[in-house]
Each structure stands twice: as structure tokens, then as C-alpha cells.
Design a protein around this ligand. Structure first.
Ligand code: CA
Length: 226
């Protein structure tokens, strides 16, 4: 699974530049421009790492870090030159690493890799409600009981979970699951994989609460029940 990074930076040019660069390095990037954006996106989506500018128009990154301190989300703080004296404060606040701007993409990528390596053990296991999914070890459990998932089902589950609480259209899922040749796929192929996955995960597959239908829009992994 590609690692998902949330980048909060109010300078739009810098934000776009770093997002593009890190996407090329293989990360899935989401951009926000304020503390409010950060809070919204963290509440709705799951990320592997937060890259956070310290100076934002509606507050400072240190403060947000402190609020996230008990979270398992790894945080790298970006501070402006001349704020070096604040770095200790940044680490105190719960940041896992800090970098002084201007930062080269190479340095940034190396620090991100290092931090993800340090934290990846707990990051690769997803727990919610009765579920425990260890995607890298391909071990999937419900109430502690191992589930047998096909490769396609695993891929779909990873995709849904990585976008928890967000609607994914049938077409998006289809293109993701059959990257090799999406045109050759039968009309109901996505529905078939969804149905099989529901049979394995849902208490009542006819009334799904985890893999929900969003009428006319697609499917969504819902964390509400968890
Ligand atoms: Ca800034």
C-alpha cells in the first residue's frame, strides 16, 4: 500500500511543489493550507504521516502537535529559518522530527522514509471494531478469527480502508482493481468482489454496516460502527 501523507502548508507554490515531488517518490499526497484543514482532514481520513508547517494563518503547528500528542500519527514539523530556538519546543510538543525550511526534496524524502521505518510496525496494522487487518502480513481477523481473503478482496479492502468514510465510485474501484486491463472487466465485477468481501466481513451481508452502498455514488468503508 502506498503511504499517505497529509501536507499542511499555507504557501500554495511550496505546497504544490512538495506534493508533486513526493508523489513522484511514490507517496499519496493530500494537501491542506491551515490548521482548520488539518483538523478536518485528520478527522475524516487516515494518514501514515503528517507533514506540518509550524507557521499557519489560523494558528501554529506546535499547538496542533500538542493536541495530537497521544495520537499514533507520526508528525514532521517544518519550521522557518530563525525559528530554530523553537525546535526543542516542537519536539516537546510531540513532533517526531523537525526540518528547517528551505528544505530540499531529497532531505525531506530521506527524513520521511526514516520516520516511517521507525513507526511502520504499528502503522501497518489497522484496527477497528471487531477487525484487525495486517495488510503487509496479509493477515485479516474478525473477533480474532482469521479470514481467508483472495488477493483481489485484499486489494479492495486496502483501498476502501485507506479511504475510510469516503465514497469511492464503482469506476474508481474498477480502475484500481484491474489496472492491467480495466476494459476487459465485466460490468458487475466490482459488485461481485464487494459481495464476497461483505460475506466475509459483515455480520449480515444483506444489511452491510462496514462496506456501505452510497446510492448512485459508490461504496464506502464506514468507521461509524467501530
Ligand atoms: Ca507558513
Amino acid at each position: 500500500m502506498r503511504k499517505r501523507i497529509l501536507f499542511i502548508e499555507d504557501d500554495p507554490i511550496l505546497n504544490r511543489g512538495i506534493c508533486t515531488g513526493l508523489e513522484r517518490e511514490g507517496y499519496e499526497m493530500k494537501a491542506g493550507f491551515s490548521i482548520a484543514d488539518a483538523k478536518n482532514m485528520l478527522a475524516r481520513e487516515r494518514f501514515d504521516l503528517l507533514l506540518l508547517d509550524a507557521g499557519l494563518p489560523d494558528g501554529d503547528g506546535f499547538k496542533l502537535c500538542r493536541e495530537l500528542k497521544d495520537d499514533t500519527l507520526p508528525v514532521i514539523l517544518l519550521t522557518a529559518r530563525g525559528m530554530e530556538c523553537d525546535m526543542v519546543g516542537g519536539l516537546d510538543a510531540g513532533a517526531d522530527d523537525y526540518i528547517v525550511k528551505p528544505v530540499s526534496l531529497r532531505v525531506l524524502t530521506a527524513r520521511i522514509q526514516a520516520l516511517l521505518r521507525r513507526t511502520s510496525n504499528k502503522e501497518t496494522v489497522y484496527r477497528m471494531g471487531p477487525f484487525e487487518f495486517a495488510f503487509e502480513e496479509t493477515s485479516f481477523r474478525k473477533h480474532g478469527v482469521l479470514l481467508q481473503l483472495s488477493v483481489r478482496e485484499q486489494k479492495l479492502l486496502a483501498y476502501l480502508v485507506a479511504h475510510a468514510n469516503l465514497v469511492l465510485s464503482r469506476n474508481k474501484i474498477l480502475e484500481y482493481l484491474w489496472t492491467d486491463d480495466p476494459d476487459s472487466v465485466e460490468e458487475n465485477a466490482v459488485a461481485v468482489v464487494i459481495r464476497r468481501l461483505r460475506e466475509k466481513l459483515e455480520d449480515d451481508p444483506a444489511r452491510p454496516v462496514y462496506i456501505r452502498n452510497v446510492y448512485g455514488a459508490g461504496y464506502m468503508w464506514s468507521e461509524e460502527k467501530g
